[in-house]
Design a protein around this ligand. Sequence first.
Ligand code: PHE
Length: 350
Amino acid sequence: MSISELSSLLKEAETGGLAAIAAARDQAGLGRARAAVLGRKAPLARVRSALSDLDEEQRRELGRRANEVRTRLEGALEQRERAFRAAEESNRWQRERLDVTLPGDEPRLGGLHPLTKTIWEIVDIFSGLGYRVADGPEVELTSYNFDALNFDAQHPSRSEQETYYIGETGEVLLRTHTSPVQMRVMESSEPPVYVVCPGRTYRRDVLDPTHLNSFAQIEGLAVDEGITMADLKGTLQAFARELFGRDLDIRLRPHFFPFTEPSAEMDVLCFVCRGSGCRVCKQEGWIEILGCGMVNVPLLEWAGYDIERYTGFAFGLGAERVAALAHGVPDIRYFYENDLRFLRAFEGVA
Ligand code: PHE
């Protein structure tokens, strides 16, 4: 190539190159322009490879100009590159912009199980009356579940029809009520005793709308000087009013438990019909909610308490029963089906 041809090729390398760089629309386009402008087959490369055919002076002159063109092209590429990067960054700022003043998405909070709520509510009421919470094992010794509680050897509750025994000896069982916790508390502490004991209990019952084979009870025990049945009734009255409503009366009906003497069942006035009889109270006007009585003397003796000085009362209630009554649940099995539609109905219910 002649020097003038090379000169115009170099011109073309510059003007064409700058135009290609200017025409790039994005970073990928710029990459292609870079290859076309500075690559091995680019006009500039062709100029450079032809330099060796020139004489010394022309080579130096054209070489210098070729370097200048290269520098200019590189400069233009870099400038565009920077522009694209800045544009992308500001795009990203736009895209990922976060308005921290917007209200957030409220996370969905779970809720306590309605049964747990009822148990806590009951425990809370008794805490307010000065009771502490006590606990005992679900796998219990027969001696605590029955013997110490004054069940005679023939008592039907002891039968395998009624009770889940563990192993063959008959000495270990799943507790059938929370009353053995009474014995454990009295065994390990001196009066005055004021405890409530929520816990799981087991009976060999056939499941139906009012029976489960695993259920929750809450036991109460008070032993102190001078405790009478009036204290029992007053305490339970205060409790029932707190739980079911200020104006609901209670009544005690005579009953039998081996571990209390005298014994009673407590009914609360039906909160739906207030005594006139309806479906909820099965036309009774009253709803049975717990068993209770004065701690039987053999229990106090078993515990080594001074029976001349101390008397006490105890009560035990079924948590599912009370929760069902409090919330109008017609079938206590619902509490264990874990159907979220049922459970969500209690969200936010205190
Ligand atoms: N343990 C009795 C039951 O399960 C309830 C009860 C407890 C009765 C304390 C009297 C005193 O039926």
